[in-house]
Design a binder for this molecule. Structure first.
Ligand code: LLP
Length: 407
């Protein structure tokens, strides 16, 4: 009998009504590994990286994977093998990258609150650059370089005062946000620290927010950054690189979200920056790994309430906090598709009313121990999990072709 295959995306499909990631049955994964478990499609990650890379035609940007999106060591290894560098925000992420094959000369250290211990470690390891977020931090980097008798390249993170038009909790480019140095102060810092002997300030960086769905905020920020660079050039400062940050949104709900194409994003970058003939750095997180991941979870029980039916699953907000924190709407699929449908409120077991994954949701009728997946959880999923309610963190597994590994 011919198998019926219904594809959701390139690497997730129903074969005879049973869900597979790449060539691996998710029923099989749940037999092998205790749920909830994060499953990542390696081919999807590779595909995303290659798509981003090939969108550029006039320059070859250095793609520094924003490790904060997912610090799984196997994911870092895979991206490193494809030539990615890394954008890190803590000594933990920095060590994770050094241990897992990312060249130190491709690592950018961002973040508003680097400690002196973290700065020392970065300087000692001679990473590519530190993106500083204040004049105060810059002073500290210089003091540390003096003591260690070492130099380091520095980028200034510019706050361009642009609203990224995304969720307010992940907006980072307005003056009211704690991030970056106000654009008005950048030139004077370049001037003040010219020829200081310890740090070479030779990059400007921006990152205006995350899950950005329209090119307009990027355009506004790029315009401002471009003018700033022209201004710096007039004062004879030369840049080694321009760091565009991350922020590219992904489709979480294919019925609601509409996002620009990655090639239009690349075109916009090329339009504003390639004539400077300077290295372009990108810091994508979500774009590279978001779509690659699902959480595979089991139904604990179905509870009939007064006016709704609760589908209680074994993944909770401790495993995946995005819906509770940002009201994000992730698609949920049954692992075994059935014809009969039922309306559910999909909830976790945590003792908080915000532990909800989906409200008023019509899906295949399920029973105890049936499996579901929560989609597009590859970014800011496992890395934001906690032991709340003294629950275990979910295991993680990578899937490629017929194989799975990395548990
Ligand atoms: N570069 C910097 C300096 C960043 O702060 C971030 C993200 C990125 C790059 C990567 O941004 P992406 O390409 O992933 O949008 N937990 C939130 C997202 C927080 C993003 C923080 N910074 C969420 O789940 O939506």
């Amino acid at each position: 009998m011919k198998k019926k295959i219904v594809k959701y995306n390139k690497f997730l499909s129903y074969e005879s009504d049973s869900l597979k990631m790449e060539e691996v049955s998710l029923v099989g994964i749940a037999k092998a590994i205790k749920t909830p478990v994060y499953c990542y499609s390696v081919s999807q990650i590779k595909y995303n990286f290659k798509e981003l890379k090939k969108s550029f035609s006039n320059c070859k940007p250095l793609i520094c994977y924003a490790v904060k999106a997912n610090f799984n060591k196997n994911i870092i290894k895979i991206l490193g093998q494809l030539g990615a560098g890394a954008d890190v925000v803590s000594i933990g992420e920095l060590k994770q990258c050094l241990k897992n094959g990312i060249s130190k000369k491709k690592i950018v250290f961002s973040g508003v609150g680097k400690t002196s211990e973290e700065i020392k470690f970065a300087v000692k390891n001679q990473i590519k650059q530190i993106n500083v977020e204040s004049e105060e931090e810059l002073q500290e980097v210089i003091e540390i370089c003096k003591k260690l008798k070492k130099k380091i390249d520095v980028g200034l993170r510019v706050n361009p005062n642009v609203d990224a038009q995304t969720h307010k909790k992940i907006s980072t480019g307005r003056f009211e946000d704690k991030f970056g140095i106000p654009q008005t102060k950048i030139v004077s810092i370049f001037q003040k620290f010219r020829n200081n002997g310890y740090v070479d300030i030779n990059c400007v960086s921006i990152h205006i927010g995350s899950q950005i769905r329209s090119l307009l905020p990027f355009k506004l920020a790029f315009k401002k950054l471009r003018n700033l660079i022209l201004n710096l050039q007039k004062k004879s400062f030369t840049l080694k690189s321009i760091d565009i940050g991350g922020g590219v949104g992904i489709v979480y709900n294919d019925k609601k979200d509409k996002i620009f194409t990655i090639s239009n994003y690349a075109k916009l970058i090329e339009k504003y920056f390639t004539d400077f003939k300077t290295q372009i750095i990108l810091e994508p997180g979500r774009f590279l790994v978001g779509e690659s991941g699902v959480i595979l979870s089991k139904v604990i029980r179905i509870k009939k309430g007064e006016n709704k039916t609760f589908l209680i699953i074994d993944a909770g907000m401790n495993n995946f906090i995005r819906p509770s924190l940002y009201s994000s709407d992730h698609q949920i699929f049954p692992v075994k598709n059935k014809k009969t449908k039922q309306k559910y409120e999909v909830v976790g077991p945590i003792c908080e009313s915000s532990d909800i994954f989906k409200k008023n949701f019509l899906m295949s009728e399920l029973k105890q121990n049936d499996l579901i997946v929560i989609l597009s959880t590859g970014a800011y999923g496992s890395c934001m999990s906690s032991r709340y309610n003294l629950r275990n963190e979910a295991k993680e597994v990578l899937i490629e072709g017929k194989n799975f590994f990395g548990i």
